[in-house]
Ligand binder design. Structure first.
Ligand SMILES: *Cc1c(COP(=O)(O)O)cnc(C)c1O
Length: 371
């Protein structure tokens, strides 16, 4: 019997969907609450830079025209900021788009991808969709990336080593020594996809490496992925970029990109957001201050053991059954992300939001623990 599903390729039939967070509207309706703290998707509580709003509003007038397929203005601005050849940049409709493109460009049936567990879902879904086998290497006992185990997982079939640092969901990051360990052992046939979606938050934390500089000196083949969705607060516009080891790699990736994948408003807003350094540093400062406060309350007041984070979220083992805590929080209008991945289902991830939303979360959690 043919079902709709049977028309799909085998790899697609076997896939599970991406576990996206709940929306504010869905929670308002289902739980009958007015005020919702949306702390499930790592969004920036300061909102869009006013300068980016002005730029995207002005650009909206040109919406009848196709966007610049090369993202030229943004390309030049970013290349200048990063001090690199602008032909090493690739742009995506969010860095998710680049993850998808990279998997379609580089992966074939029978290839392997090595990543870390717990994982950012798309680091597994897109490779599997391309017919590749994913090897997930669990965090060490200290809940840091187990770099020796990661490199021991490499085989002659490993085409991509792809993971996030800072890690989403854990919040820990590689040290310079750990990155060097990887660089020294990366097989010549393996492309490193180093997802730094939370770079701006971690940059400047003690021990956080200058990954671009280290990789540039390494001779490895790599793509560093960064995004305007997190610290730059443009998640709704969808724009991310990759820094490749050389222009030829960028050109190869561009072959499977839809030509107009980044829209006009996103390009204009990103240029303005990049220039608004005050808004970026206010966003980063806010997260540091609030993360410290949340960590302290979780640790000292509620007796929990949050994993130290350099990103804009905190991962912590749930004190009670996860569905119970999650439902108790939702009833109070608090959305967080229960982690639905084998081996890590006792964990919750909460984003660092506005001061008020974070307080609502901490109070709702305390209430849930008292019941
Ligand atoms: C949020 C996130 C992304 C996706 O970012 P977009 O640019 O919004 O697509 C990619 N990687 C990781 C690890 C993330 O957490």
């Amino acid at each position: 019997m043919y079902t709709s599903n049977s028309f799909a390729r085998n790899e697609v039939q076997a896939l599970s969907g991406y576990n996206a967070g709940l929306s504010i509207e869905a929670v308002q309706e289902k739980y009958g609450v007015q005020r919702v703290a949306k702390l499930g998707s790592n969004e920036n509580p300061l909102g869009v830079s006013p300068k980016a709003i002005a730029a995207l509003t002005a650009e909206a007038n040109n919406s009848a025209l196709y966007p610049d397929q090369n993202c030229s203005l943004l390309r030049t601005a970013l290349a200048h900021k990063l001090a690199i050849d602008e032909n090493r940049l690739v742009f995506g409709n969010g860095s998710e788009d680049l993850l998808s493109i990279i998997c379609r460009v580089f992966l074939d049936h029978g290839d392997q991808v090595v990543t870390i567990l717990p994982s950012f879902g798309l680091h597994i879904i897109y490779p599997q969709a391309a017919g590749a086998e994913v090897i997930g290497v669990p965090m060490g006992h200290d809940m840091r990336i187990d770099v020796p185990a990661l490199m021991a997982a490499m085989t002659p079939r490993t085409r991509l080593l792809m993971f996030s640092s800072p890690s989403n969901p854990v919040g820990c990051a590689l040290s310079g020594e750990e990155l060097q360990y990887i660089i020294d052992r990366l097989p010549a046939h393996t492309l490193l996809v180093f997802d730094e979606a939370y770079f701006e938050y971690a940059h400047g934390e003690s021990g956080y490496p200058d990954s671009l500089k280290m990789l540039q000196q390494s001779g490895c083949h790599y793509v560093i992925l960064r995004t305007f969705s997190k610290a730059y607060a443009l998640a709704g516009l969808r724009i991310g970029y990759g820094i490749t080891s050389d222009p030829a790699l960028a050109e190869t990736i561009d072959r499977l990109r839809t030509p107009f994948n980044v829209n006009r408003c996103a390009q204009a807003a990103a240029v303005a957001a990049l220039a608004d350094r005050a808004h970026l540093s206010a966003s980063v400062e806010h997260v540091r201050t609030e993360r410290r406060r949340m960590d302290q309350v979780l640790r000292q007041h509620l007796g929990l053991q949050p994993i130290p984070s350099v990103a804009n979220f905190i991962f912590f083992p749930s004190p009670l059954a996860v569905p119970e805590v999650n439902n108790a929080l939702l009833r109070e209008g608090v959305i967080i992300k229960p982690w639905l991945e084998a081996g890590y289902r006792q964990f919750l991830r909460v984003s660092v939001g506005s001061h008020e939303d974070n307080t609502l979360f901490l109070q709702a959690l305390e209430k849930a623990l008292q019941q």
